[in-house]
Design a protein around this ligand. Structure first.
Ligand SMILES: *Cc1c(COP(=O)(O)O)cnc(C)c1O
Length: 230
């Protein structure tokens, strides 16, 4: 089942990329395994998927212990500053930096650990009051502050757009994130301004996200099936 879903998704990624003139290799799939057991991750690994996304620190930590180093994990949930230490140890990338205090806590832990960490800044592109993420108009100021934290490597931007069942209503939000990233890139705020990452697109809208420039797409239910919400 997971094997089959993964093949379908990979094929769709390739087709969509080619249709809009992009190299399929520039789009990486983050398999969102939150609320699914480690056995599902193992199954995906068997099928050739080695990058996963997790939303909860404790859950991710347990699964990582079970799975070992064959897979890498991105953190894509809301992170509290007091969990920075564990997060700094477990993840290859944290996609959800949205405030300086959290970034500074991570940077401090990374200095103790003697390592750097790739991060993305999460932008609340639709300016929704209930959502995490820095507001578009405050993004430059946050990026400016992050330049001071030398153990964090800011690779790009991430977003979760406002929900809509009409993909053409979602598209302008993806485009807005890309335009914001391009503006920040011109001003040299990223740790590598020749290669800026855009994490956007989930099960229902990843093809549109690819058309608008996504380099990471985060897919859960289309790969692993329906989640039992807590
Ligand atoms: C759960 C989650 C996803 C995956 O959502 P699906 O609709 O199941 O593909 C992607 N990104 C984030 C931030 C999530 O929390």
């Amino acid at each position: 089942m997971i094997d089959r879903n993964l093949q379908d998704i990979r094929q769709k990624i390739t087709e969509t990329a080619i249709q809009c003139g992009r190299d399929p290799a520039t789009i990486r799939l983050v398999a969102v395994s939150k609320k699914f057991p480690a056995s599902h991750i193992q199954e995906a690994i068997q099928a050739g998927q080695f990058l996963f996304g997790e939303n909860y620190i404790q859950e991710a930590s347990q699964k990582k212990t079970e799975i070992g180093d064959t897979a890498s994990f991105h953190f894509i949930g809301h992170l509290q500053s007091n969990k920075a230490k564990l997060a700094a140890q477990i993840f290859e990338m944290i996609e959800t930096i949205d405030r300086y205090k959290l970034a500074a806590a991570l940077d401090k832990e990374l200095k103790y650990l003697g390592k750097t960490l790739d991060v993305l800044v999460q932008v609340n592109i639709g300016q929704e009051p209930q959502k995490s993420g820095v507001l578009p108009q405050d993004t430059e100021e946050l990026l400016k502050q992050l330049l001071l934290l030398s153990n964090l490597k800011v690779r790009g931007l991430m977003t979760i757009p406002p929900y809509s069942d009409n993909l053409e209503h979602t598209r302008p939000h993806f485009k807005a994130l890309r335009l914001l990233a391009e503006e920040m890139q011109r001003k040299n705020y990223f740790s590598d301004n020749t290669c800026v990452e855009l994490s956007m697109g989930m099960s229902s809208d990843y093809t549109v996200a690819i058309e608008e420039g996504a380099t990471f797409i985060r897919i859960g239910s289309a790969l692993f099936g329906h989640r039992l919400e807590k």
